[in-house]
Design a protein around this ligand. Sequence first.
Ligand code: M6R
Length: 604
Amino acid sequence: MCGIVGYVGKHKVKDILLDGLKELEYRGYDSAGIAVLQEDNFSLYKAVGKLDNLVQKTADFNPEGFAIGIGHTRWATHGKPTELNAHPHLGESSYVVHNGIIENYQEIKKRLQAEGVRFLSQTDTEVIVHLFEHHLKSEPTPFDAFKKTLGELDGAYAILLVTKSLPDTIFFAKNGSPMIIGLAEENEKYFASSDAPLIGHAKEVVYLGDGDYGYVSPNELKIFDYNNNSVKPTLATLPTSKLSAQKEGFRFFMEKEVYEQSAVISDTFIGRIQDDGIVFEELDPALFDGINEVKFCACGTSYHAALASSYLFERYAKIRTSVEIASELRYKEPLLLKDTLFVVISQSGETADTLETLKMAKKAGLKTLVICNVDNSSMVRLADASILTRAGIEKGVASTKAFATQMSVLWMLSLSIAEQRSTLTTEEIKAQIKALRSVPSCVQVTDELHEKIRRLSKRYLHGHGFFFIGRDVFYPLALEGALKLKEITYLHAEGYPSGEMKHGPIAMADPELFTIALMPKGLLYDKTKSNVEELSARDSTICAISPVEFDKADDFIKTHSHDHYMLEFFEMMVVLQLLAMEISVRLGNDVDMPRNLAKSVTVE
Ligand code: M6R
């Protein structure tokens, strides 16, 4: 999704903007641009495609001394990924960058066009800068013009605007899309859509709230809230190291993140798994008082984590559990009852649809909890309670370690509620804890496993599609395996409960249909086996993943026998991630930044 950076100061403005955009690459984009204002002169550079194209275009542009600058990576929503549509967008003497969607842009555009304003792009964003310049003519100050502009915009946005009429100032606004201000020595000010570009530059940051707007100059930082009241900035500190965000010798971030899963799951357990129980110090036990249902809501991989954990919540905590896809829940006029704990799950904490459902639940008076990987994200700040997943920065667009830590937290949470509701005995809890402690070793990638999957991957580069099948928690895992494959290989894949095959999908079975069968020993093995045999009998090519030898398999990936089916779940999760990655590598795709996808989906 689009990324924004900004800078006011006397250091190397171009490098700061480009380095910042580089840090935001993981969000996904298809073009990029920067605008720098120095001594009344604007310099503008834009390029389609990778950031390297912009770096090359700006090779001879090396401004020294005080300047202000804004930069943007664009993930196309309105208009194709072209240079004209790339940000920053120009008025007569001002530039704007924007993340989000201006819903009423067409109406504003028509109005301005009727007054003779000429638009160059197909974007919704361009109306912002023209509307600002329109108001500049009648308002007493540029800031008044900016404020008036914001008053006419509907939709979600994070905006930076610079204008020659105040050449040391950046105007900003945030409503529904992320925006952080960083403060450094020598009166430098930074802007970014997430923490990453600010690490190493800013010592303190301000996380803007929805409705906040204002301006920065070397000597000032002014923030106003949606009621137009001046707000005293709340300063937070940033970590100082970027090490965790680098590839450390792996070919791709995704690969590094798969290998990191053992360590980050261990981190996620620290302080939470104790000898005789599960402890979430961050949760007030009263959160569960009067709760008769847990409703999970999420998108993509996080939705799969929700679906898998719904089995655990009903099985262990004996609590009614429902699961919703956020983009569906938003518009279905759902029944949100106050005895429901509303739980959103999100790696980024910024996914627009999930965030909106959290707002809906809050408005309906429900207690809310977020399970999230990014502290201080919008969801964490909004929910009544939060549990952080401690996966560290996840850069690969295809989520891996975030899913692993979500599942770890959710399994623990189901047990914690089971303890509170006395639905498991002390002995049963102890047995579960013993299993939990084994998760970090189950997800370790051995050379043998990785090499086996690498070799096998060459057999799965063609065909007319993949079925990933499993039962119980292995059904959401099958969905996740199919999603991973689709995202980075662009091959068609579907996840199914294995018992559903004969209700239609089995009609597709032939040798060119690849079935990836999740066949855990510890859960419904015989049932799943029958379903796989039915597919095999119809000549589907079968890749079975199981600790039990299976003679009908064309390919077989042997996993370990474990005492608990969830350990099989975690081990198979790694197999599916590696399989998708190795097929993607063989197909020559960009593993970390697959086409058409964004890491953080901040528009609906
Ligand atoms: O940040 P979130 O967990 O809210 O993101 C939700 C989905 O956009 C995300 O899981 C997406 O499906 C990933 N690309 C999956 O690999």
